[in-house]
Design a protein around this ligand. Structure first.
Ligand code: ATP
Length: 201
């Protein structure tokens, strides 16, 4: 199977994440998509960060009815800080026959050589990136070629980005502005019901 791995804080998940994940799935012909909310080390937890269970549930709501998307608690369940390479090792051990594709946004992709054990990361998965801001495609291709010279396999996907961030969603909630166009309706309803991100910053 061709398995895509899409990790993020997802605080909360928004339409930019969803569009990117769907574009990857179709462009790369992925059979299985794992969406993995990351565990945040306790010292980085802030009032702005929703509980892992809430972030997980919002991801589940966002991909409900799409069986090829599986939302995984593999990182949230860990007690130690988790690195992407550890997650990929675990998934490789679970599905040794699978080809793994690590799906990132451009901001993450451009820092890949700073990631822990990046050489091993490059062995375990194909590094994939889609544009987050417009007009980055050329820069991503150049950086992809640089990573390939270091041993990586890369795929740069040409997508029409949705310019939204979780920060913007949280800010709008603070300001009492609607978020309906930024997140799926079920996620907006969950945020309202649980009063997430409504406290002071
Ligand atoms: P925050 O605003 O809190 O920093 P974020 O919107 O960047 O959050 P993350 O959960 O940190 O969201 O992102 C997870 C992954 O999704 C990262 O690889 C990031 O680059 C990518 N991503 C986030 N927003 C977009 C977007 N609008 N378009 C494409 N990729 C995105």
């Amino acid at each position: 199977m061709r398995t895509g791995i899409f990790g993020g804080t997802f605080n909360p998940i928004h339409n930019g994440h969803i569009k990117l994940a769907c574009a990857y799935r179709s462009e790369l012909n992925l059979d299985r998509m794992l969406v993995i909310p990351t565990r945040i080390p306790p010292h980085k937890v802030s009032t702005e960060l929703a509980d892992g269970k809430d972030r997980l549930q919002m991801c589940r709501l966002a991909f409900a009815g799409q069986p090829e998307f599986e939302v995984s608690d593999i990182e949230l369940c860990r007690t130690e800080p988790s690195y992407t390479v550890d997650t990929l090792e675990a998934l490789h051990a679970r599905w040794p026959e699978d080809e793994l594709f690590l799906l990132t946004g451009s901001d993450m992709f451009l820092t890949l050589t700073e990631w822990r054990r990046w050489e091993r990361l490059f062995e375990l998965a194909v590094m994939c990136v889609g544009e987050r801001e417009p007009n980055l495609f050329g820069r991503l291709q150049t950086y992809g070629r640089y990573l390939e010279s270091l041993g990586a396999r890369c795929r740069v996907i040409d997508i029409d980005p949705v310019q939204v961030s979780s920060t913007e969603v949280r800010e709008r909630i603070h300001l009492g502005l609607p978020i309906d166009r930024l997140v799926p309706p079920a996620v907006a309803a969950y945020i309202a019901e649980r009063q997430l991100y409504h406290g002071s910053t």
